[in-house]
Design a protein around this ligand. Sequence first.
Ligand code: ATP
Length: 542
Amino acid sequence: MTPAQAQEKVMTADAPMKDMKEIVALCKRRGFIFPASDIYGGINGFWDYGPLGVELKNNLRDLWWKWMVTCPPIGPDGQPVEIVGVDSAIIQNPKAWEASGHVGGFSDPMVDCRETKLRYRADHLIAYLPSTFDPKDDSNLIPVFMQGTPDDEIEKKFKKIGFHFAISQCETVPFVELEKYGYVEDYGLLLLRKDSSAKHKILKERTVGPDTKTVGTLTEPKQFNLMFHTFIGATGGDENKAYLRPETAQGIFLNFKNVLDSTRVRVPFGIAQIGKAFRTEVNPRNFIFRSREFEQMEMEWFCHPDEAKLWRDFWFAERQKFWRAIGLRSDNLRMRDHDQDELSHYAKAGLGTADIEYRFPFTAPDFGELEGIAHRCDFDLTQHQKHSGVKLEYMDPVTQEKFMPHVIEPAAGLTRGVLAMITEAYTPDPSRPSGVYLDLHPALAPKKAAILPLTAKDQHPVIATKLYMELRGEFAVDLDIKQNIGKRYARQDEIGTPYCFTIDDQTVADQTVTVRERNTMKQERIAIANVAEYLRKNIRAV
Ligand code: ATP
C-alpha cells in the first residue's frame, strides 16, 4: 500500500466500507438484478434486471435523457444548448469499425497464467514488493493480485505461499511497471529508469499469480481485441463477419451527416444516444461494474476546434452536477484528469480526458470510472470521411468557414451508474427490522410510495385500494395488503420507497393517514385528500 493509499484508508475509516456481498444479495432478494441464465448456473459477465432493477435503470436513463436532450443545460453564452437524440443499430457495416480504430486497436493488454489458464487484464494486476526485498534470496517472492482484492484474501495467500511480510511492509506496484524494477547482482534492488542501460534481472520472474502458488507462471502482456463478432446470414465465413458495437458513440458519428441534413441543428450542437454495448471483457467482475453486455449513455458534442476547451470545461462541470443532483453526494465521487499515458488513441492529441469516478467498495480506497469526458478532436469524423469517401466537413452558414468539427464526449455507463446509485443508497441500520434501507433519490426510486392498510379486514383495504386507484395514474405506487406492518415497512425500506401511507382505524374516523418517511422513519398524519399533493411536493424533479 502506498502512503497516500494508507492515509486515504485512515480518512475513510470512520465510514465503514459497504459490504458488496450484502449489496448483491439484496439486489437478488428484492428483484433488482439477477445473474443471467441463473437456472443454468449463470453466464460470466451477463446480468438480468428484475422488476425493480429495470425501473431504477429506466429512471436513471430517463433523467439523463431529460438533462441532455429534452431539457439540456444553459450554455456558457446564457442560451440553452441544442442536443438531439438517435437510436442507431447495434450492428453496423464492419468498415465503420475499421475506420474507428476498433478492429485494429480496441484491445486490452492481457496476461495469462500458464498453470491455471486464467487470463487477467495486465493493467489490473498489482504486485506486492516487500520494502526489504532481497533479490539474492530465492524465497523472496512477489505475490500478484487483482486490483481490489480484499486484504484478508491477500494475507491468506501470503501465508499459503510462505511469504513472510505483512501488507504494510510491501509497496504496491502495478504489474506492468515491474519492468522498471530489477536488480544488478552487486547492487541489490534497483528502480530502473526507462533509459537505464544497466544489465539487470527483471523481477517479473519472481512473481506468483493471483490463483496459483507457483512462481513465474504469468506471461508477458499480449493484446486482446474486445469486440464481439457475429456472422450475418446463414453461412459463416469472414466475408460475412460483423461486430456488436463496443460503444454507442460510433452510431452517432455515422449519423452526423444525416442529422445535419434532416434537422435544423447547427454547430455547436450535440447528438446523444443510450443503448447496449458489448465487450468481451477478459475479467468481467465486481457485479455489474464490468460486464460483457452493458448500457452506455453517450453524447457527442460537435464544436469549432477553437472552442473545444470552453466546451470541455463546460461539460465536465455539467456532468458532475448531474451525478450530484441525483444522489451521489458523498466524497465517494471525485473528478480526475487522465495521465498522458492512459489516453486513448484519439485523445492523445487533444485536451485529454477527465473522469468522474466513484469509490466502489471493491475499488476502495481507489476509485472506479463512472463517466469519461474526452476531447476526441476530429478523429472520428476524419476517419469516417476517409474510409467512406463521404464529405463530413461542416460549413458555417454565417462565416462560410469550412471545418471538421471537434468533439467533446461525455460517455457514462448506465448500468455502472445503477451500481453507483445502489451502492451509495445502501445504508445499514441495525435499529430497523430490515437492518438496511436504500436511500435512493425519490426521482430514482422504483416505487415512490406504498399504500399499506394496517389490517386486511374491514374498511382498511377498501380505503387503501381507493387511494391506490387515485394515485396509480400519476405515481409508481405499491399497494401491499398482506403480512404484518413491520414486514411491509421492511420490504419498502429495502427497495428504497421514500414514503409509506398507512390506513388505520383513525382513517375511517377522520379521513387522515399516517405518512412514514423512509430515512427518518418519522410518522405524521395528513388528510387522505392531500396525499397526491404531498407526493407531488416531495418527489422533486431533478
Ligand atoms: P474501463 O476503463 O472501466 O474499461 P473505459 O474507459 O474503457 O472503461 P469507455 O470506453 O470510456 O470506458 O466507456 C464509457 C463508460 O462506459 C465508462 O465510463 C463506464 O461507465 C462504461 N463501461 C465501459 N466498459 C464497461 C463494462 N465492461 N461494463 C459496464 N460498464 C462499462
